[in-house]
Ligand binder design. Structure first.
Ligand code: SAH
Length: 257
């Protein structure tokens, strides 16, 4: 077993199982997916810490606990087609893809979508499709989805997403309640939508439109991101999920955080 595999095993035991997550399949997926590959090489030594980390463009890879909790809440059996809004590093998509049939994941920062798509393909996740688009519209041509997970925070449930959820399916969404964000799990039952409150959380906002680089700009693989590129994070993008307490952003290697 290499050092990263040892670190993942420890992460699962000390951050996930110890916090009460007990879905064996989810824990196995978290142990299997090489989390360090989704973070800059500069931060490989911190890849398994209990916090979010910067991945450039002002965005973050979610904290391991957040990824595992959201995956547990979807209760995947293996046959599902899942829609993710907010690809980011592609890590959550990789964990989902280990546990379901197909993942369609949508990211508004086009270079991030391209970079994550390349990485997921390189790592052999053939059942993930990454799209550069405004995820508030979902992926209408792929609907219905058995589950939908939004990894950015919205003021309310986007109606387009509910319309793309299969009957009986779960939709996870962090909702901005002003002082705090709450992770909700919605379930479509016919024409009704049931709502359950999960935990308090911190996610970057679900923003409108698509963002791209100027033509000809060079794109960098996540592992090659420099300290300067990580430092150009946009502070206005808000806190990373899992911020506060043991995941306070001051623990991130971000000059402005
Ligand atoms: N799931 C990611 C972490 C998500 S961070 C991971 O595992 O690494 C949230 C992501 O949502 C960011 O990359 C941000 O650019 C993206 N995002 C914000 N608004 C969006 C929108 N309207 N459509 C698609 N993606 C969006």
């Amino acid at each position: 077993m290499n050092d990263y595999a040892v670190a993942r095993r420890r992460m699962v035991r000390e951050q996930l199982a110890a916090a009460g997550l007990d879905d064996r399949r989810v824990l196995q997926a978290m142990e299997a997916v090489p989390r360090h590959r989704f973070v800059p090489r500069l931060l490989h030594h911190r890849a398994h810490q209990d916090c979010a980390l910067p991945i450039g463009f002002g965005q973050t890879i979610s904290r391991p606990f957040t990824v595992a909790l959201m995956t547990c809440l979807l209760d995947l059996r293996g046959h599902e087609r899942v829609l993710e809004i907010g690809t980011g590093s592609g890590y959550q998509a990789a964990v989902l893809a280990t546990l379901c049939r197909e993942v369609v994941t949508v990211e508004r920062v086009a270079p991030l979508a391209r970079r994550s798509g390349r990485l997921l393909a390189e790592l052999g996740f053939a059942n993930v499709e990454v799209r550069a688009a405004d995820g508030r519209e979902g992926a209408p041509d792929g609907a219905p989805f058995d589950a939908i997970v939004v990894t950015a925070c919205a003021p309310h449930l986007p109606t387009a997403l509910v319309a793309q959820l299969a009957d009986g399916g779960y939709l996870l969404l962090p909702v901005d309640k002003g002082r705090e964000q709450i992770l909700y799990r919605y379930q479509r039952r016919g024409d009704e939508v049931m709502i359950e409150r999960s935990v308090s959380c911190r996610f970057v906002p679900l923003l409108p439109g698509i963002q791209d680089l100027p033509p000809g700009a060079l794109e960098t693989a996540v592992e090659d991101l420099t300290a300067d590129q990580l430092a150009t994070d946009d502070p206005a993008a808000g806190p990373a999920d899992g911020a506060g307490g043991p995941t306070d952003p001051s623990r991130l290697d971000r000059p402005h955080a």
